[in-house]
Design a protein around this ligand. Structure first.
Ligand SMILES: [Fe+2]
Length: 164
């Protein structure tokens, strides 16, 4: 396709891509999760997983001090609605980077494996969405699928968020 045939918006689209789409919150969000870099439990039968990435503006600039409020199911597919197991908040550093360690959640109740997150930039409404795992579901929105590598010590996942 010639450049002239592209809509203007496509030519202006920064390299980091379109804003990360929202996805349903689901019934199990609970405010007030602790700030902590690891949700992993040594007694869990599930693999350890480290999720890293950056949060970018629509102009592809890294955003510092963005909070990412994660929650997901435990190895039995249950959410902790009494306490804060597998719930925690991490914040981006000066380069927009975040890092979360946890245990791999399972698929449950007919849903593909996923991790919920609210991404909150100071002074802006939160982006509520879900992250999905590669090669596990045709129903998962492509723009919300993690990149995943397997290592002997666990899985290394990456996902970059783009906020509007
Ligand atoms: Fe869920």
């Amino acid at each position: 396709m010639s450049l002239l045939a592209l809509p203007l918006a496509a030519l202006c689209q920064p390299k980091c891509g379109a804003p990360t789409p929202a996805d349903v919150e689901g019934p199990f969000y609970k405010a007030g999760a602790p700030v902590r870099a690891s949700l992993a439990e040594p007694s869990s039968p599930a693999e350890t997983m480290v999720l890293t990435g950056v949060v970018l503006s629509a102009e592809c600039r890294p955003l510092a001090n963005v909070s990412l409020d994660f929650w997901h199911a435990d190895a039995q597919g249950a959410y902790d609605n009494a306490g804060y197991r597998y719930r925690g908040i991490v914040t981006t550093d000066a380069l927009g980077r975040y890092r979360l360690e946890t245990n791999l959640p399972p698929p449950y109740s007919g849903r593909p494996r996923h991790i919920h997150v609210k991404v909150q930039r100071v002074g802006a409404p939160p982006l509520t969405t879900q992250l999905y795992f590669p090669g596990e579901s045709r129903d998962a929105p492509r723009a919300l699928v993690l990149k995943m590598e397997r290592h002997a010590e666990g899985r290394a996942a990456t996902f970059d968020f783009v906020l509007p």
